[in-house]
Design a protein around this ligand. Structure first.
Ligand code: PGA
Length: 249
C-alpha cells in the first residue's frame, strides 16, 4: 500500500516572518487532528531554517531545487549537503517553472537526481508535464515518456522505488484549470507503466505519483481516489493555513 503524500510548493512566496506565522497557526490548528497521509512544505531556501527550528510534528521539510555538484564556484546555488543539514528530506526537481525560466533540461534533472541519490538520503520529487500546445496536439504521452526516461537514465531500481514523481500539466499550474480526473489518472498510470518497462513492476508499484496543477480543497479528494494517484503537489492552495489543513483532511 502506497502512503499518500501531499506537498505544498510555496514557490517564491512568504518571508521568514510569514513562514513562522503560518507554522505557529498550523501547529495550533492541527494539535487535535491526525491525517491519513504524509504532508510537507517545500519552501524557498531562506525559509528552510524556520521550518527546521519550528519542528512541527510530522511536517516534511522540502526544498524546491538543488545543484548537481556538491560544492564549487556556482554563485547563487545550494547543494544537497546544505539542504540535509537543515533537515530537508524531500526536494522538488525539474518543476516546469524551473524548466521554463531557469533553463533546466532533462539532462540537468538527471544529474541532480544522481547527485541526490549518491550523496544524501533525500527523496526527489521529480516533476513532469506537458505544455498546452503539446496537450492540444495530443503528444502528452510521448512528452511524458521522454521526460521520465531521460530523468531516470542510469538510476538504479532501488533508488527509483523511493522516488516521488509529480505529474503536472503545465497548462493547469496556477491557472485554475485542472486536468480531468480521468486524464490525470491515465497519465499517472502511464508513468507507472513506463517505470515498470524500464525497471520492474514491483519497483513501479512502489513509486508514488502525485498529481499537481490547481489542486484545491474541493477537488483533491477525487484525484486522490484514483488508483495511480498517490498524492498531490499543491501551489497556491498551500499558502493559507485553513486551505492547507482542508487539503490534508
Ligand atoms: P498550483 O501549483 O497548485 O498553484 O497550480 C502547482 C505547482 O506548481 O506545483
Amino acid at each position: 500500500m502506497r502512503q499518500k503524500i501531499i506537498i505544498g510548493n510555496w514557490k517564491m512566496y512568504k518571508t521568514m516572518k510569514e513562514t513562522n506565522d503560518f507554522l505557529t497557526e498550523f501547529e495550533k490548528k492541527i494539535s487535535n487532528k491526525s491525517f491519513n497521509c504524509q504532508f510537507g512544505i517545500a519552501a524557498s531556501f531562506t525559509n528552510l531554517i524556520a521550518l527546521k527550528n519550528k519542528e512541527v510534528k510530522n511536517l516534511i521539510i522540502g526544498a524546491q531545487n538543488c545543484h548537481d555538484q556538491l560544492q564549487g564556484a556556482f554563485t547563487g546555488e545550494v547543494s544537497v549537503n546544505m539542504l540535509e543539514e537543515l533537515n530537508v528530506s524531500h526536494v522538488i526537481i525539474g518543476h516546469s517553472e524551473r524548466r521554463q525560466y531557469f533553463n533546466e533540461t532533462d539532462e540537468s534533472i538527471n544529474r541532480k537526481l544522481k547527485t541526490i541519490f549518491d550523496n544524501s538520503k533525500m527523496i526527489p520529487i521529480l516533476c513532469c508535464g506537458e505544455t498546452l500546445k503539446q496537450y492540444e496536439s495530443k503528444t502528452t504521452n510521448q512528452v511524458i515518456e521522454t521526460q521520465i526516461k531521460a530523468a531516470l537514465k542510469d538510476i538504479s531500481g532501488a533508488n527509483v522505488a523511493k522516488l516521488v514523481i509529480a505529474y503536472e500539466p503545465i497548462w493547469a499550474i496556477g491557472t485554475g484549470k485542472t486536468a480531468s480526473v480521468a486524464e490525470a489518472q491515465t497519465i499517472c498510470a502511464l508513468i507507472r507503466t513506463i517505470v515498470a518497462k524500464l525497471y520492474q513492476k514491483d519497483i513501479a508499484d512502489k513509486v508514488r505519483i502525485q498529481y499537481g496543477g490547481s489542486v484545491k480543497p474541493d477537488n483533491i479528494k477525487t484525484f486522490l481516489a484514483q488508483s495511480d494517484i498517490d498524492g498531490a503537489l499543491v501551489g497556491s492552495a498551500s499558502l493559507q493555513v485553513t486551505d492547507f489543513i482542508n487539503l490534508l483532511q
